[in-house]
Ligand binder design. Sequence first.
Ligand code: PLP
Length: 448
Amino acid sequence: MTIEQEYIDRHPGSRTLAERAAAVLPSGVTHDSRYLRPFLIYAERADGAYKWDVDGHRYIDYVVGHGALLLGHNHPVVTAAVHQQLARGTHYGASHELEIAWAEEVVRIVPAAEVVRFTSSGTEATLMALRLARAATGRPAIVKFERHFHGWHDYVVPASSYAGRTPPGIPESTLDSVIVLPPNLEAVEAAFAERSDIGAVIVEAPGASSGQIPLPPGFLQGLQTLVNHNRAVVIMDEVVSGFRWAPGGVHQLEGVQPDLVTLAKILAGGLPGGAVAGRRDLLAYLQFPGQGSRSEKVGHPGTFNANPLSAAAGVACLRHIADGSHQQRAASLAATLRAGMNRILHELAIPAVVYGQSSAFRVHLAAPQPPEPRDYDGRELPRTLLEAPVPPEPARLLQLALLNHGVQLFGTGGMLSSAHTEADIAATLDAWRHALLALLEEGHVRPA
Ligand code: PLP
């Protein structure tokens, strides 16, 4: 039986729901990355490192809430805080103490955070960060880097990980104010020499697509110096890496002090939420003037900003992960997983490689040769390989084959939580071997 037929046969409940969804949801999904042919599993519940689908199958989960669940699903510390808050109300339409405690945790943990403004998502956080930078500098243009992902608002979509340079639906006038560059300092320097209207440079702190294309060594430090020399603002996007690469994120590890940092995901403990944090003088543009016109400030409403449930989960989560032990555990399990996956690729002589930083990993199915049986963080791999597209059909069937064996990837990669165990890694490697053998048998990958 083919991988795809086995998948269809194993998931009648998900298939039925996918058919129902197709009538009312475009492509049947609510997030582009959840689109998978013939259909993606429908989850029924989740706990720790696992989720269960409507057909009763258990999966080792490497989506972990799109990276939001460093502690795994339903961590008792977080669920207790949410339950407690639930009984007290879900939306006050008023200020509340938890939002102060939440901001205090961010300021305590994140080196660049002098003050914080909460948003409802990472997308809103990058939108607000760019607006603050423009307000402060009076310059409308922004620089972003090729393949760097900052959410889905108009300014950051061009040349993101999922869209080309001119995606539909975005006005030309917006695109004119977005300069897309390769991540090298010479290119940034040349852009500042050429244009005097650049107010901000936004960068994914771990490199494009959660570190799938790592930045050159010293890049963030060099960028900070160069951009500040040109009196513009550096925004480090730590929506994924914040609280995961280290409690204080990549900028803490690298010893750089960005002007603004954007946060989400782990920030809110698995509930919706985001934030812009950074220099007091920049966030001061949000402040109401003591006198004068309201229009001088940067406006920022938002019905769900610092929602009490998200704040409760966020405070509980941040307090629990501040000492760095959960990050270390997830990262060390990820290193074991990456090395084990490469060992099996090596044994089966499959030209592909698994690599990643911190607790993230990515499967690249288009390597010129099989990997060494060890861990790679990506910096030692050629850029041409990292940037080469992953062949879509093998990537799709790899996901289906792994789902058939009880493992859910996030696209062709994933992240770990501290709830994953050594036994989960062993079971994943077993599933990986079975999935690769099935792909070999169907000719979707070939031995070198
Ligand atoms: N920035 C980065 C680096 C991200 O990875 C994401 C989402 O994955 C975002 C911004 C957007 O966050 P959200 O999905 O909460 O809007």
